[in-house]
Design a protein around this ligand. Structure first.
Ligand SMILES: Nc1ncnc2c1ncn2[C@@H]1O[C@H](COP(=O)(O)OP(=O)(O)OP(=O)(O)O)[C@@H](O)[C@H]1O
Length: 174
């Protein structure tokens, strides 16, 4: 199995893009799907209230869900050490704000996610674990098909899209 982990802040398009990769022959599963099926939760986060996923346990069971060219998607997928490549999807925080508000997220949760996006949190976390295997794709203004094409190019050997090229830090000043 060759495992591509697709990560990024909630709302950037991981599920949408992974769906297109499934149509292009990848076997795809989400972190949440495995966690729910296997009951891989460590308990509730005391401050935020969400169920914390046992990502190490999840990573151990990933082969049971995936074969061949495989995609593990979810905003925690980059914590799995088995990723052969990590794609971090990025999105301009102002566009992300609209998407998260459309989902009905409360203002504080929206703000927290926008700050995480502007501060490159997923990229930094992924890079600490996977180094050169991490690539970043700015999806702003691109259709899902265009983003899927870029991922295919990266997997075919395109050496661009190094982490650090995407910079939304201006948003923090606004
Ligand atoms: N490139 C794109 N251009 C325009 N809209 C997009 C794009 N990618 C995703 N969307 C839209 O953005 C919304 C969020 O996408 P999606 O659910 O795939 O994000 P996600 O990163 O998987 O979120 P979560 O982590 O919460 O599961 C959806 O309504 C989707 O249709």
């Amino acid at each position: 199995m060759s495992l591509i982990c697709i990560t990024g802040t909630p709302g950037v398009g991981k599920t949408t893009i992974s769906g297109l990769l499934r149509e292009r022959g990848f076997s795809v599963v989400s972190v949440n799907e495995i966690a729910e099926r296997e009951g891989l939760f460590l308990g509730r986060d005391p401050l935020r209230g969400y169920l914390e996923v046992d990502i190490e346990g999840l990573c151990r069971s990933v082969e049971r869900y995936l074969t061949g060219k495989a995609v593990l998607e979810g905003h925690l997928s980059h914590f799995c050490r088995k990723c052969d490549a990590v794609i971090v999807l990025r999105l301009d925080p102002e566009v992300l704000r609209e998407r998260l508000l459309m989902r009905g997220y409360p203002e504080d949760k929206v703000q927290e996610n926008l700050e995480a996006e502007a501060l490159d949190v997923c990229t930094v976390e992924a890079h600490e674990i996977h180094g050169e295997r991490v690539r970043e794709v700015d999806t702003t203004g691109k259709t899902p098909e265009e983003v899927a094409d870029i991922i295919m190019d990266i997997l075919d050997g395109d050496e661009g899209y190094a982490p650090g090229d995407v910079d939304f830090s201006d948003w923090l000043m606004g």
